[in-house]
Ligand binder design. Structure first.
Ligand code: NDP
Length: 494
């Protein structure tokens, strides 16, 4: 392992991060059929961590076949209560290996270790929540009109799933997908992002250690072509995707043509609204975390801030102070509050947006252009723009980095109209002490999640997903199980 950051890792994490890593297919570690590999990079240094197998179409086929073999064989024989037990065992194994997993996540993604630990705790909770479901998936008896007929429904696993996840919360996003699939009795092929494959590979190992039949959870590392080959494989019945709206549209179109089941969790440009009567201290602190947490790389980041005009200067002043004090550094440095962005590509992309904001005449009152990174890590300071109009690129497009645009407004109708003037509809937030305005505005906002006097509250039981171009379907909660189940109606002439 070349990267200097690795020196601070525990033995277990260092050993795993040394690689090289094969795919996890049918319980075995396998090289890619054509022997290709790629390097996963430490975003805190820009140096390689290790080599990982680059899956292709042939590997996608092998992984899907392994999943099908599990589904038609040993997995089918696992009772719901046993499946529940296996899921709880997996949760316990993740907890027991939590330190190692958090270090791997921090190394591969760049996020501060404390945040990575939070992701692992959320992962355990997610598995535990869905582990309660296998024994509660019930059909119905239907009171049909025909005489002497018994009509009932069965809920059956949809089949082999392709689950494609991004790099911002690698293990947690994988678990958001894997947990409901396992709870429903499906077998799955998980495709992690090329930037962050390590914890998904460890998850594949831990699922085997927990006792899931071989082939239940396969891990296919690789890039976008790998993901596309998996979506195209005719043996896949359901696709679950989290990532960009561009790729989501492509996957949705493919699934439409092939009539595969699909859920999509996509991007956002979420409005965060501070009304004149808000608890300002809480609003400023919450809004700061709402955008800059995870270095702005959250699909539900509050990236458009609307502040009632009278308070604008005070709010901007408070945010600027927080931004100035923020400690940006390597994820494994305990002093770091914010890590680097995930990759050179993402660094260039975010830096390009900052430059476009400056070129359009907006003012960076905190942060700004990160300049030359001199071959080091992908660090971008928390950046706050004022003097922004609704039409500017930085106010319209998802930046997915630590960049906030702040704009004043005067009344509720105006701010609701401007907040909704976007193709996205993932999240929206508002800060006020007036309960009537809170609910009035919450009803007016076109978003799958509305946060009142908080930002980003989440629980495995609470549905999460988007309106408009932010996605199709919901993750988390019992609604997510439906995406992994077919309904079979059985008619019996008595
Ligand atoms: P992508 O949407 O390209 O990637 C997300 C996942 O999809 C990755 O596993 C990726 O593989 C895979 N993938 C890429 N292309 C295809 C394809 N044609 N078919 C199937 N799978 C595919 O996001 P990026 O990583 O390129 O990030 C670009 C932008 O997307 C960000 O700046 C941000 O705006 C948005 N984004 C949104 C996320 C969200 O949570 N809503 C998460 C991540 C990004 P691989 O990475 O290996 O190429």
């Amino acid at each position: 392992m070349a990267t200097a950051t690795a020196e601070s890792l525990s033995d277990a994490a260092r050993e795993f991060a040394s690689g090289p890593h094969g795919l996890v297919i049918g319980g075995e570690r396998a090289e890619a059929a054509d022997g290709r590999t790629f390097e996963t990079i430490d975003p805190s240094t820009g140096e390689p961590i290790c080599e990982v197998a680059q899956g292709g179409a042939e590997d996608a086929r092998r992984a899907v076949e392994a999943a099908r073999a599990a589904l038609d064989g040993p997995l089918r024989k696992v009772s719901p209560s046993k499946r529940s037990g296996l899921m709880n065992t997996l949760a316990e194994l993740i907890k027991a290996n939590g330190e190692e997993l958090a270090e791997l996540e921090s190394l591969d993604n760049g996020k501060p270790l404390a945040a990575a630990k939070g992701d692992i705790a959320a992962t355990v909770n997610h598995l535990r929540y869905f582990a309660g479901w296998p024994t509660k998936v019930e059909g119905e008896t239907i009171p049909v009109s025909a005489r002497d007929v018994l009509c009932y429904t069965l809920r059956e696993p949809v089949g082999v799933c392709a689950q494609i996840v991004p790099w911002n919360y690698p293990l947690l996003m994988a678990t958001w997908k894997v947990a409901p699939a396992l709870a429903s009795g499906c077998a799955t092929v998980l495709k992690p992002a090329e930037q962050t494959p390590l914890t998904a590979l460890r998850l594949g190992e831990l699922a085997l250690e927990a006792g899931f039949p071989e082939g239940t959870l396969n891990v296919l590392t690789g890039d976008g072509e790998t993901g596309a080959a998996l979506v195209d494989d005719p043996g896949v019945q359901k696709v679950a995707f989290t990532g960009s709206t561009v790729v989501g549209r492509e996957i949705g179109a493919k699934c439409g043509r092939a009539l595969k089941r699909v859920t999509l969790e996509l991007g956002g440009k979420s409005p965060n609204i501070i009304l004149a009567d808000a608890d300002l201290e809480a609003a400023i602190k919450g809004s700061f975390q709402g955008i800059y947490f995870n270095s702005g790389q959250s699909c539900n980041a509050g990236s458009r801030l609307f502040v009632q005009s009278d308070l604008f200067d005070e709010v901007v002043g408070g945010l600027t102070e927080f931004a100035r004090d923020a400690k940006v550094g390597p994820g494994l440095d305990p002093d770091s509050q914010f890590g680097p962005v995930v990759s050179e590509e993402q660094y260039d992309r975010v830096a390009g947006y900052i430059d476009s904001g400056l070129a359009d005449g907006a003012e960076a009152v905190a942060g700004g252009s990160p300049g030359d990174r001199n071959g080091g890590g992908y660090f971008i300071p928390p950046t706050l723009f004022t003097g922004v109009s609704d039409e500017m690129k930085i106010a319209r497009e998802e930046i997915f980095g630590p960049v906030l645009v702040a704009m004043p407004f005067d009344d509720l109708e105006e701010v609701a109209r401007r907040a909704n003037d976007t193709e996205y509809g993932l999240a929206a937030g508002l800060w006020t002490r007036d309960i009537s305005n809170a609910h009035k505005l919450a009803a007016m906002l076109e978003a799958g999640n509305v946060y009142i006097n908080t930002w980003g509250g989440g629980d495995p039981a609470a549905p999460f997903g988007g309106y408009k171009a932010s996605g199709i379907g919901r993750e988390k909660g019992h609604a997510n199980l439906d995406a992994y189940l077919e309904t079979k109606t059985v008619w019996t002439q008595l």
